[in-house]
Write a protein that binds this ligand. Structure first.
Ligand SMILES: [Cu+2]
Length: 411
């Protein structure tokens, strides 16, 4: 018997050893972990930029960009009835000073419309030194976080220099970093000591739990008789004392801060941006994913109702960009920015004003595998999504959401 236990223990130790051996340093934090259909068919982010990637404690950083709520929203994902825009950073490296959606303050939760585009701006202030991969992030109630593209940002300097001053509505200037901290610590210690004293009091009454339980269950004694008059007195004193302290602290706080307003928890609706398609329609006629070539191939029926000939310059999905360098160029912003600078090509040329044309598009890159998007073909509902960017000769840009069933090609 002992030997079996020993063997199991040794096996666990060996397994743990191997796991530790293979644990590479954590460079990512879940960008690829969400299912491919979720990343391609929920929130599609583009034009995301940070104002700087190197800053000092107390410096500000502005993140801007746009997001589109995909029209073919997955049935099993909650719709954005209540959503909150945030920035995902490991640890409190920044504080958020302000955020805006289409110019409206994003302090409150918001409801969004499927099939619409919005732009955002978040202002952050650096709090402590760190090198972090930061993402714009949309928290959707019952759906969870929908993550935007990440950027490496480095903060240097000393956290001791950090200040976060605001002027309250009563004209007082306070530092939010330290405001009320001493008071909060004081009360935590106060109630911690009382709680510990209460526990210790009962522990020093001798073994109480199991022996008393046995007496009640096996010997049929009355549980109430085991509580002494002294016990009751201590209980009553503590109960009255707690009520007195709570009441006193309430009136004391009220006297010190006579003017307060509640935390704002309302919900707002923000009107969407004008249609980014600007008169261009595009529809996927058929699409397949070629496994050996790591390529998405689709035919796109495009109608151009603008006044300028348009050409296809980019396809983006799941925060990955496939660029057609003949039309639109982009390079990765940093080592973890998945931009396939030469990833897209198509047959069909320009689509002229008033014309409807079939374009044959190919988007190739190892990102299909490394970002686990190719897993889509093993879903029971293999549908993809994304945005295509058309560029006019006049410099205009039309953004159209596309999607449809994806058929795998294994040879
Ligand atoms: Cu990241």
């Amino acid at each position: 018997m002992l030997n079996i236990k020993k063997t199991i223990a040794v096996l666990i130790a060996i397994t743990a050893g191997f796991v530790a051996l293979y644990a590479a340093p954590a460079m990512a934090h879940g960008e690829k972990s969400q299912a491919a259909y979720l990343r391609m068919r929920t929130l599609l982010w583009y034009d995301v930029e940070v104002s700087t990637t190197k800053l000092q404690v107390n410096d500000e950083l502005v993140m801007t960009g746009k997001f589109y709520w995909f029209y073919d929203w997955p049935n099993n994902i909650a719709k954005p009835e209540v959503a909150f825009l945030n920035i995902g950073i490991p640890g409190p490296v920044f504080v958020r000073k302000a955020s805006y959606i289409n110019g409206v303050s994003g302090t409150n939760s918001t409801r969004f419309d499927i099939g619409e585009t919005y732009e955002f701006k978040v202002i952050l202030k650096a709090r402590r030194a760190a090198r972090v991969h930061m993402h714009a992030l949309m928290n959707v109630k019952e759906a969870g976080p929908l993550i935007g593209p990440g950027r490496w940002v480095e903060v240097t300097g000393d956290m001791a220099d950090f200040t976060n001053e605001v002027t309250t509505l009563t004209g007082e200037t306070i530092d939010l970093e330290t405001y009320g901290l001493v008071n909060a610590v004081k009360w935590h210690i106060f109630w911690g000591v009382i709680a510990a004293a209460w526990l210790l009091y009962w522990i020093f009454q001798g073994p109480i739990l199991i022996p008393r339980y046995k007496k009640v269950k096996l010997l049929g004694e009355d549980a109430d008789d085991m509580i002494t008059a002294g016990n009751r007195l201590v209980g009553v004193v503590l109960l009255i004392g707690t009520l007195v302290v709570v009441t006193w602290s309430y009136f004391n706080a009220y006297a010190q801060y006579p003017i307060t307003i509640p935390l704002q928890s309302g919900q707002i609706t923000i009107p969407a941006l004008p249609d980014a398609a600007r008169g261009v329609t595009a529809e996927v006629v058929d699409a397949k994913y070629r496994v050996p070539g790591r390529a998405l191939e689709f035919s796109l029926k495009v109608t151009n109702n603008t006044d300028s000939p348009i050409r296809l310059g980019e396809y983006t999905a799941a925060n990955i960009r496939w660029m057609n360098p003949e039309v639109s160029q982009a390079e990765p912003a940093d080592s973890h920015d998945p931009v396939a600078s030469n990833g897209m090509s198509y047959e069909g040329g320009a689509v002229f004003p008033g014309e409807t044309k079939l374009l044959k598009v190919t988007c190739t890159d190892a990102a299909w595998e490394t970002y686990r998007l190719a897993k889509l073909i093993y879903d029971p509902d293999s549908r993809f999504g994304g945005l295509v960017f058309f560029f006019g000769e006049d410099g205009s840009r039309s953004i159209v959401a596309i999607g449809g069933p994806l058929i795998p090609a294994f040879i």
